[in-house]
Each structure stands twice: as structure tokens, then as C-alpha cells.
Design a protein around this ligand. Structure first.
Ligand code: HEC
Length: 171
């Protein structure tokens, strides 16, 4: 009995894996042709019900500059942020300037506003649907960043870690 279940679970997993590779191929082809609209809407709707709510009102609930206080670097937050990076972000983001799947993080805090970064982390789908800079990145990277389900506090810790990734400045 148990064996049968294991086997079919395994088969389903295999099928799902095949499907997601097909989806990635289609997505890459669509982006290559300069058409981002169809590729960006389809996977979001399938992902989770919350994405639909966000898509309906992209501006509502986004993090604003007033929500973020930046003081001197808080090492405790940096450590937490780095740990989250190791577990949830490292597969796609380097800490240098080179792209893996997504862009490298070095200097990102100098290119983007803190609230933009936080929204990209917490409200990934809304950003990819409504923000022109996020859409430009998607066009470049050809892979849609999956929402990593971080709390606002965790995203803030990651932001703190990112603040330590500035390029070396001549003294
Ligand atoms: C499956 C790969 C993947 C994972 C995992 C991932 N990202 Fe991304 N990320 C991307 C891609 C690809 C982009 C570029 C936008 C797009 O194509 O959707 C991106 C863009 C970003 C950006 C904007 C970067 C810039 O240069 O402006 C931030 C910030 C970001 N991701 C944060 C995170 C954080 C934080 C995590 C972990 C909690 C994470 N990402 C996990 C793929 C990923």
C-alpha cells in the first residue's frame, strides 16, 4: 500500500517537474520575442489566490518610504538577512555584480530606493505586474522571480544585509 503511494507521488513529482520546465521554455521564448505581457500574467494567477488580489489593486498595500527607517547598520539584522539570503535567495542572486538567474546584489541599494527593494521582495507579483523597472528586469532575466513569502521584517533584514554590499570605495 505504502509503496504504491510513494511510486505515484514520485511520478506526479516528475510530471510537475516536466511541466515547469515547459513553462520556463515558453516564458523564455515569449520574452525573447519582446512580448512580456502574456508571460507575466499567466503564472501569477496560477501561483496563489493572494496574487490575484494584489494584481487587482497593485498600488494598495505597497511599502512606502515612510515605512522604512534607515539608521547606522544594525549587525543583528544584517546577520538575519544574510541567513535568509543563504537559504532563500542564493540560488538566484550573487553578492557581486554578476547575474545568476536574477541580478547580483552588490550596489543594489545605490541603484534602487529601499521601498522599491522591499516591495520587490514582499510584493513580488504586484511589482512585476505594475512597476516598469521590475518589468524591464524581467525582460532582461527571462525568469520571473517567485515570491519567497518573506515577512516585512525579514525583508527589512535582507535590506539591511544588502546595505553592507556596496562596492569598495577608495578611502
Ligand atoms: C528562482 C530565482 C530567484 C530566487 C530564489 C530569488 N530571486 Fe530575486 N530575482 C530573480 C529574478 C529573475 C529577478 C529579476 C526580475 C525578474 O525577472 O522577475 C530578481 C530580482 C530581485 C530584486 C531586484 C534586483 C535589482 O537589481 O533591482 C531583488 C531586490 C530581489 N530579487 C530579491 C530577492 C530576495 C530577497 C530573494 C530571497 C528571499 C530572492 N530575490 C530570491 C530571481 C530570484
Amino acid at each position: 500500500m505504502k509503496k504504491m503511494i510513494d511510486k505515484s507521488t514520485f511520478r506526479t513529482a516528475n510530471m510537475l517537474q516536466g511541466l515547469s520546465w515547459a513553462a520556463i521554455t515558453v516564458l523564455a521564448m515569449a520574452c525573447g520575442g519582446g512580448e512580456t505581457a502574456p508571460a507575466t500574467t499567466a503564472p501569477a494567477a496560477a501561483q496563489e489566490p493572494a496574487a490575484a488580489t494584489e494584481a487587482a489593486a497593485p498600488a494598495a498595500g505597497l511599502i512606502t518610504a515612510a515605512d522604512i527607517t534607515l539608521g547606522s547598520i544594525d549587525q543583528g539584522m544584517v546577520d538575519k538577512g544574510k541567513e535568509i539570503y543563504n537559504v532563500k535567495c542564493q540560488a538566484c542572486h550573487s553578492l557581486g555584480t554578476n547575474r545568476v538567474v536574477g541580478p547580483g546584489w552588490e550596489g543594489v541599494v545605490e541603484q534602487r530606493k529601499p521601498e522599491w527593494i522591499m516591495n520587490m521582495i514582499v510584493h513580488t507579483d504586484a511589482m512585476l505586474e505594475s512597476d516598469t523597472e521590475a518589468q524591464a528586469l524581467l525582460e532582461e532575466c527571462l525568469v520571473r522571480m517567485p515570491n519567497q513569502n518573506l515577512s516585512k521584517d525579514d525583508a527589512r533584514n535582507v535590506l539591511e544585509f544588502m546595505r553592507t554590499l556596496k562596492p569598495e570605495k577608495p578611502a
